[in-house]
Ligand binder design. Structure first.
Ligand code: 3HC
Length: 302
């Protein structure tokens, strides 16, 4: 099995920064690449903050935090990924942009390196065909927040070699994560089950089964979920979820993957969730110590 020493991460947003963080924490020299310095600065500041929380809680020493930050290098050049043993892409969910990026990367990164995508819903096979190394191409799907969530889905296509898959699987475990193997079907295991559940919560709300707060409360207290479906939607992002459902519907052509009208309207209205300050809840009062207000109470009275 190939030895992974140096890790490349493409994208330093929410997922990319989390992946770079766990790679550096696991002892790998890690290069994270963004298109602009300001995105890099924001992502690396987030990593510093997250590691700081672990230090505060006594889960990490200040020396280990410094060593971890020392293993992490930010860059705006693809060329800085040339000698990585594995490159994990976590840029925006846009198939053409991903394929263009892989095609460029394929010419730069050493020939025996593994390419991985953190895509939530796009087909790994399609992305792999943008390179001359589809046998060394896998999905490595992490969960938000990456430093806390234990799972990584390791996805093999019909072209992935056993060696690349096994190396990627062991690599995921070396990050302190639990790995599961999945076939390359849109949504893999988690989103295949999670997305219809979330969409059903919106439909239940549209049908008047319960309020946003009560549906969330019911699933937390009735099923032991850490977050109700609307809180989770706001956390993941309504725009991201809408995109995922569109890709999954395209693949499966099944109603359970079709976005409800309300989700589309929320996205059109710019209500993307926590990141835009409002989604199914409004977060304006949270900074002042208040709780999120369900959007129907705030705005949606007939
Ligand atoms: N790094 C370090 N610490 C972090 C952190 C991070 N990135 N994110 C949160 N924390 C800390 C919080 O600051 C908090 O610290 P405190 O106790 O000092 O305040 C602590 O972790 C616990 O967080 P919270 O008190 O906010 O709340 P919880 O106990 O509920 O835990 C959670 C947070 C782990 C996010 C939990 O709510 C959870 O598991 N939620 C579900 C998340 C989920 O389902 N994720 C998957 C989404 S789907 C996905 O990612 C797939 C994609 O394809 C869409």
């Amino acid at each position: 099995m190939a030895k992974i020493r140096k890790v490349g991460v493409l994208g330093c947003g929410l997922m990319g920064s989390g992946i770079a963080q766990v790679a550096a924490q696991a002892g790998y020299d890690t290069v994270v690449r963004e298109v602009e310095q300001k995105f890099l600065d924001k992502g690396i500041a987030g990593i510093d903050k997250s590691l700081g929380k672990f230090v505060e809680k006594g889960k990490l020493t200040a020396t280990d935090k410094d060593a971890c930050m020392g293993r992490l290098k930010g860059s705006t050049n693809l060329e800085d990924l040339a000698d990585c043993d594995i490159v994990i892409e976590a840029i925006i969910e846009n198939a053409q942009l991903k394929k263009d990026t892989y095609a460029a990367l394929d010419k730069i990164v050493k020939k025996d390196a593994i390419f991985a995508s953190n895509t939530s819903s796009l087909t790994i096979t399609e992305l792999s065909m943008a390179t001359a190394r589809p046998k060394q191409f896998v999905g490595l799907h992490f969960f938000n927040p990456v430093p806390l969530m234990k799972l990584v889905e390791v996805v093999r296509t019909i072209l992935t070699s056993d060696e690349a898959f096994n190396t990627a699987f062991e690599f995921a475990k070396s990050l302190g994560k639990e790995a599961v193997s999945c076939r390359d079907n849109s949504g893999f295991i988690v989103n295949r089950l999670l997305v219809p559940y979330i969409l059903d919560a919106i439909r239940a709300y549209e049908e008047g089964v319960g309020s946003i707060e009560d549906i969330d409360k019911a699933m937390m207290l009735g099923c032991g979920y850490p977050m109700g479906p609307f809180t989770l939607l706001d956390f993941v992002g309504l725009d991201t979820t809408y995109y995922i459902t569109t890709v999954m519907f395209e693949e499966y052509r099944e109603k359970r993957f079709a976005a409800p009208a309300l989700l589309r309207k929320m996205v059109l209205a710019g209500r993307f969730g926590r990141k835009s300050g409002a989604g199914f809840y409004e977060y304006a009062s949270v900074a002042a110590g208040g709780t999120p207000i369900p959007f129907d109470k705030a705005k949606h009275q007939p």
